[in-house]
Ligand binder design. Structure first.
Ligand code: UT7
Length: 326
């Protein structure tokens, strides 16, 4: 086999803001109960960023932790991609703000907007730089302040989302061109713009100059989720040349425990291989996969050399999956 360059994850980090909002607290604000939220979603609590804490602050904390884990410093970083749907400002990109706050040298910095699928999309974009030796040290960050998009009178959405950030460091590494290589091995990315009405924000710069509120037909999104995600996972596994059954860990987007379990069941993935953190931080959109990854790396479940399967689905609709060996 010929030598190939792979984008290798060398560090993972996660950050959750200090303030915890429990289901019990929400039940004092809207007509809901802890029991309903736990039964329908698995969520027990979510975190909320402080009013003076923009999403870039969350991203910076997660990035710092990922850099420490990788044994790198901000001075090494030459590419920053932030997947976010809740940027600090309309422009500049949150990635450029993160670059300034971290003190990284001049390099490449931009945002990716694919809502909850943003992290999987951003990994694929970063792979285009790192695996072509155009970046030696990339930060791929999923960071969100979803609570700022909530209509706090709408019980069907406001109980589901939370704030947080997760980051990985990607560095080029030589492989043999086999599935035993460390690094990103395969992807499948999808979008279906005809399903916009199922999940969107009813505001925007060039529509009404408002931030807007998140609107979702939850049960319709749910209906699409399991089928769509399963197809993308199968396609990503084929792209990587692996069998889904051979993955060590399944790290899904953390939106709903029932979706997570439904996808795992449909794909024949044992429940002991599923990383679930949705109970702790609810749906943090693009941050949820790296947050779950950081959690399971830090508690020692995920180990170097293991095969990981990531998947997500969100507004657009967008969805996708990625296979990587740590
Ligand atoms: O990350 C982006 C992707 N998003 C998702 O993956 C979300 C996908 N969807 C879901 O997770 C689920 O559809 C939800 C958790 C949003 C809702 O669960 P569901 O089992 O699909 O419930 P439903 O929407 O069909 O609503 C059932 C009932 C309704 O009452 P009626 O009409 O049957 O009387 C709702 O009004 O539950 C009611 N309901 C609530 N009750 C108490 C909806 N939200 C609440 C609530 N508390 N917070």
């Amino acid at each position: 086999m010929s030598r190939v360059l792979r984008s290798v994850v060398t560090g993972v980090g996660g950050y959750l803001p200090e303030r915890v909002v429990t289901n019990a607290e929400l039940s004092t604000r809207v007509d809901t109960t802890d029991e309903w939220i736990r039964e329908r979603t698995g969520i027990r609590q979510r975190y909320q960023a402080a009013d003076d804490q923009p999403v870039s602050d969350l991203a910076v904390e997660a990035a710092r932790r990922a850099l420490v884990a990788a044994g790198r410093t901000p001075a090494d970083v030459d590419l920053i991609i932030v997947a976010t749907t809740t940027p600090d400002l309309t422009f500049p990109a949150t990635a450029a703000i993160v670059q300034r706050k971290l003190g990284c040298p001049i390099g490449i910095a931009f945002d990716v907007q694919a809502v909850c699928s943003g992290f999987v999309y951003a990994l694929s974009v970063a792979d285009g730089f790192v695996a072509r030796n155009r970046s030696k040290c990339a930060l791929v960050i999923g960071a969100e302040t979803m609570t700022r998009l909530m209509d706090w009178n709408d019980r069907t959405t406001c109980v589901l989302f939370g704030d947080g950030a997760g980051a990985v460091v990607l560095e080029p590494g030589e492989g043999e061109g086999t599935t035993a290589d460390r690094g990103l091995l395969g992807f499948a990315l999808r979008a279906d713009g005809t399903k916009q009405d199922l999940l969107y924000v009813d505001g925007g710069v060039s529509t009404n100059r408002q931030t807007g509120y998140l609107r979702m037909q939850g049960n319709q999104v749910f209906r699409h989720a399991v089928v769509n995600i399963s197809e993308a996972v199968t396609a990503a596994a084929a792209d990587a040349g692996i069998e889904v059954s051979s993955v060590d860990w399944f790290i899904p987007h953390q939106a709903n425990q029932r979706i997570l379990e439904g996808v795992a069941k449909r794909l024949g993935i044992d429940e002991t291989k599923v990383i679930s953190t949705v109970a702790e931080h609810a749906n943090t959109s693009a941050a949820s996969i790296p947050l779950a990854m950081a959690h399971a790396v830090n508690d020692g479940r995920i180990k170097p050399g293991q095969l990981l399967l990531l998947e997500a689905m969100g507004g657009g609709l967008t969805w996708g999956a990625c296979v990587l060996r740590l």
